[in-house]
Design a protein around this ligand. Structure first.
Ligand SMILES: *Cc1c(COP(=O)(O)O)cnc(C)c1O
Length: 361
């Protein structure tokens, strides 16, 4: 059986070792006599899986003790609403719009309450970060929302660019969480849908500082209240048990890669060789994003001659390189090179791109 080099934006590649372990444990998890999918979420077997998964995540990210980790459902999209439902408390919140996802978060929050756009780079086609002068912050905002990796536009805010603004910082890290070390203590709330860099779809992680719990009005549904979810250890109702189990296997795999510092070095090299082939193609390929905020996880690029797009996609597919078609809103190509996409996979892509450019220049 051959597996493709998978550059899907999400749901995305998982480490092969993780899939193999899941396969081995599928019918009979650790002598329980059944699959993880078939066991009670409140039984001691699953409770041990959940506890280990949370402990490994805390260790990997260095999550301080005054933060809760919630294992939720509904995707990052549900968080676009759940965040203002819980944190606005009758006030206003600020949004920085740097791409499609932060724009969606901003629009959804408008359905819930009062929000302001503190800065947007839409006029420049979402190819750069706003300058400090362009960002107009409300010092009394309930929170400031940013998306630290725009999956569609390929714009990433490097961790060292995150400054304290005096209000809780709420960040959508869906497409680059766990790709390198993160100063968790700088954030009020971190959220991520699992299907890019964590595990299967259906699981959403929320990491929230304890002082932000308990602000939700009683009018919101119980299942949407972070404080209730935290009090119940993410077990108010049935959590996405199998997705949590796979996420736990991914966390163990990450620890074997040397943790976030280890994976960070591999990710840096993957991104370096891919942007290098684009930048050194003499204009055959191009990426429009400012070099200081190019995403290390999602690399959109266009061919100077769009008539070659179909051949690029067909030939790359035949070479075992899957899911390189760009998002419909930006066109061209996109290679998503998440943690589970190996350096070898990116090397195969780079070799194909060089060869394709030479043959078609
Ligand atoms: C994929 C993605 C989302 C949406 O995630 P869902 O889990 O499908 O709701 C939100 N934000 C970012 C940055 C994403 O990459």
């Amino acid at each position: 059986m051959t597996r493709v080099w998978n550059f899907s934006a999400g749901p995305a590649a998982l480490p092969e070792e993780v899939l193999q372990q899941a396969q081995e444990e599928m019918l009979n998890w650790h002598g329980a006599g059944c699959s993880v999918m078939e066991m009670s979420h409140r039984g001691k077997e699953f409770m041990s899986i959940l506890a280990q998964t949370e402990a490994d995540l805390r260790e990997l990210m260095g999550i301080p003790a005054n933060y809760k980790v919630l294992f939720l459902q509904g995707g990052a999209t549900q968080q676009f609403a759940q965040i203002p439902m819980n944190l606005l408390a009758g006030r206003s919140a600020d949004y920085i719009v740097t791409g499609s996802w932060s724009k969606k978060a901003y629009k959804e929050a408008q359905r819930i309450g009062t929000v302001r756009c503190a800065a947007t780079t839409e006029e420049s086609g979402f190819t750069r970060l706003p300058t400090a002068e362009e960002i107009k912050l409300d010092p009394f905002a309930a929170y400031l929302h940013v998306c630290t990796n725009e999956t569609i536009h390929g714009v990433e805010i490097p961790a060292q660019r995150i400054a304290d603004t005096g209000v809780p910082l709420v960040v959508d890290m869906s497409s680059h969480i766990l790709s390198g070390p993160v100063p968790v203590e700088k954030f009020g709330l971190i959220y991520a849908g699992a299907q890019k860099n964590i595990g299967p779809s259906g699981l959403t992680l929320v990491i929230i500082r304890e002082d932000l719990l308990g602000m939700a009005p009683l009018s919101i549904p119980t299942v949407m209240d972070y404080a209730v979810m935290a009090e119940n250890g993410s077990m108010l109702n049935t959590p996405p048990t199998y997705a949590i189990y796979i996420a736990g296997l991914v966390f163990q795999w990450l620890k074997k890669q040397g943790g976030l510092a280890g994976i960070d070095a591999i990710n840096a090299e993957k991104a370096r060789i891919l942007y290098e082939v684009i930048d050194q193609s003499g204009g055959f390929y191009s990426n429009p994003v400012d070099p200081d905020c190019r995403s290390r996880m999602n690399v959109p690029f266009v061919l100077a001659n769009p008539e070659l797009d179909a051949a690029f996609l067909a030939e790359s597919k035949a070479a075992g390189l899957a899911s390189l078609k760009g998002h419909k809103s930006v066109g061209g190509m996109r290679a998503s090179i998440y943690n589970a996409v190996s350096l070898e996979a990116v090397q195969a892509l780079v070799a194909f791109m060089n060869d394709f450019a030479q043959r078609n220049a």
